[in-house]
Design a protein around this ligand. Structure first.
Ligand SMILES: [Zn+2]
Length: 122
C-alpha cells in the first residue's frame, strides 16, 4: 500500500473544501426557507389542511438540514485528520485507504472492508 503524496492530500483537501462550501450553502438555504415558511405560517389565517402540508414541508427541510449537518461533520472530521496528518488511514484497522476510494469519497475514514463490517454491525 502506498502512502498519499502531498499532492494527493492537496487535491483531496480542495475537494473537501468544495464539499464543505456546498453543504454550508445548502444548510443556509434550507434554514432561510424554513424561516420564511414559519413567518408566512404565523401571519396567515389558519387552515388546518394547509397547516399539515406546511408542517410536512418544514419537516422535510429539517431532515435535509440534519443530513447536510451530518455531511458537514464528516467533512470537518476529514479536515481534522488532514491537519493531524492522520488522513487516509482507516480508523478501525489503521491500513491505508485506497486513493481511488478517497477520490470517490474524500470523507471516507475506513477502508472498504472495515466500512462494510461497520455497516453490517449497525
Ligand atoms: Zn480498515
Amino acid at each position: 500500500m502506498t502512502q498519499l503524496t502531498a499532492q494527493d492530500i492537496h487535491a483531496l483537501s480542495r475537494q473537501l473544501h468544495a464539499m464543505k462550501q456546498s453543504a454550508q450553502g445548502e444548510i443556509r438555504l434550507a434554514n432561510d426557507d424554513l424561516r420564511t415558511a414559519r413567518q408566512a405560517g404565523a401571519s396567515e389565517v389558519h387552515n388546518f389542511s394547509d397547516d399539515a402540508e406546511t408542517l410536512q414541508a418544514q419537516n422535510v427541510r429539517v431532515e435535509e438540514i440534519e443530513i447536510d449537518q451530518t455531511r458537514l461533520a464528516e467533512i470537518e472530521f476529514a479536515e481534522k485528520l488532514i491537519a493531524e496528518g492522520r488522513y487516509g488511514k482507516c480508523i478501525d484497522c489503521g491500513c491505508d485507504i485506497a486513493l481511488q476510494r478517497l477520490t470517490a469519497m474524500p470523507t471516507a475514514v475506513r477502508c472498504a472492508a472495515c466500512q462494510t463490517a461497520a455497516e453490517q454491525s449497525l
